[in-house]
Design a protein around this ligand. Sequence first.
Ligand code: HEM
Ligand code: SF4
Ligand code: SF4
Length: 503
Amino acid sequence: MKAHAIRRLWQRLEDSLDFIFPGGSNPLRNLGAIACLMFAILLLSGIYLYAVFDTSVQGAWQSVDALSRDQPFVGGWLRSMHRYAADGFMISTILHLVREWILGHHSRFRRMTWLTGIPLLAFMYVSGIGGFWLNWDRLGQYAAVASAELLDALPLMATSLSRNFLSAEAVGDRLFSLLVFVHLGVPLLLLFGLWFHLQRITRPKILPPRSLLIGLLTSLGILALALPVISGPPADLSRAATTLPLDWILLHLLPLADLLSARPTWILIAAIFAVLFAVAMRPASVALPVAVVDADNCNGCRRCVEDCPYSAITLEDHPNGKRGQQIAVVAAERCASCGICAGACPSATPFRSVIELVNGIDMPQQSVDTLRRSLLDTLAAAKTPQIIAFGCEHGLDVEHLGEADVTGYNLLCIGLLPPSFIEYALRAGAAGVIISGCAEGACEFRLGNTWTAQRLRGEREPHLRRNVASTDYRVVFAGHRERSMLTKAINDLRSNAATGIHP
Ligand code: HEM
Ligand code: SF4
Ligand code: SF4
């Protein structure tokens, strides 16, 4: 199956889930945030578990087992939350990776975010497997011996690591302290790595929307109560582990290594990491146009800096040399070519009486001047009153609706639209205006529909002036399966115009 067919299939799946999870709470659109939530639960519950954990070989099993037996509703529940959050972390991170891959989010301006995500995978596996060692029950014994055998296949240490597990006497408190150290240190590395991962993302969503958050916490909490995690019999190195209640979500690598043997498993792991790396380094076939700043029209107001979803803009001293005056500067390799900055700039207002509407920051392939000219030409030439639909290339197509009374513009992102264009279109004779963007939480450039909604509500600059009647425009943030919302909005504007609600 071709890459674009897989992408379309995934998008359909996401769009379908919007019906079950409305208002931006679709889990598939929040996988990074879900992974962060799971990680936060792991850290918080981990603090408690560490406080009661006995780090000696003799005491480890006892201290963990006592949690489930002696205090099932506090310690036992937290222990179960810890385990299920680890499962949730693994699932959401793998799905997050798969989603970003399928949607082609691995190269260009996302390259750094992708590359910094790769080590997180390794940290996640080490932390996940390492957690089982500390229980020091039969499953922990299996996890420790199997990981040691796997590590022995690497030319890391002069002596064999698995020799440490040949007999009970060989496992000393020092070795056990090392295991504890790994299980504490690697999640801290993960936390640090996560900070790097999110460096190029403005206002990353690190928590899911409230309804999803409550749903996930409640489900995990109930699961931890209904199916509490309990220890198996204590580790006994004189007996080989036989049938074990394996957590396949966290431990699948170990039976795989048993099946393939250690060396082929490492070759497979190295190949997966190499592919993840290579996919990001492949040069793009077509270069994306980069936002261009016009020195004469930039007053250093900072709005574009605030609104850019990929931290691509900084302010520097203005070349005009005036003291204290600054200018926006775009880092080409970070620019997503979304045009959200153009929609944020105060010079984008079409009411300016200039022949050419030069914006402080603009997109070479879709400038606000071209938009204004095209809008004026359309409205002047139209035989019937036109509804103007401003849409987004990634959302519902508004350019080919096939309606004689609707003229549409598929913008790079709906965030490119300066809100004053709505008033301008109405004053120039439009029968109504549609503002259409991707479904909530689904913006291809993360923040386009959020900023647009805030600008229209007057909560963000540049805002839509209050003298624009709310009956004159409709906002439609809809996925590809919600076309009926667009049709309804158009019909509403038609009937408003027919009944004279439109001025
Ligand atoms: C520890 C596991 C991880 C966590 C907690 C995590 C978390 C996040 C979060 C919170 C975001 C921002 C989402 C937003 O605001 O739109 C994000 C974005 C992203 N992540 Fe991860 N991530 C993890 C692992 C990975 C991995 C393994 C990869 C791929 C190798 C990856 C690739 C990406 C990409 C490409 C984006 C940018 C998405 C965009 O620009 O729309 N992440 N991640
Ligand atoms: S087009 Fe503008 S808002 Fe979008 S990434 Fe580039 S600089 Fe940032
Ligand atoms: S929004 Fe416009 S005027 Fe303000 S800093 Fe950016 S380019 Fe300059």
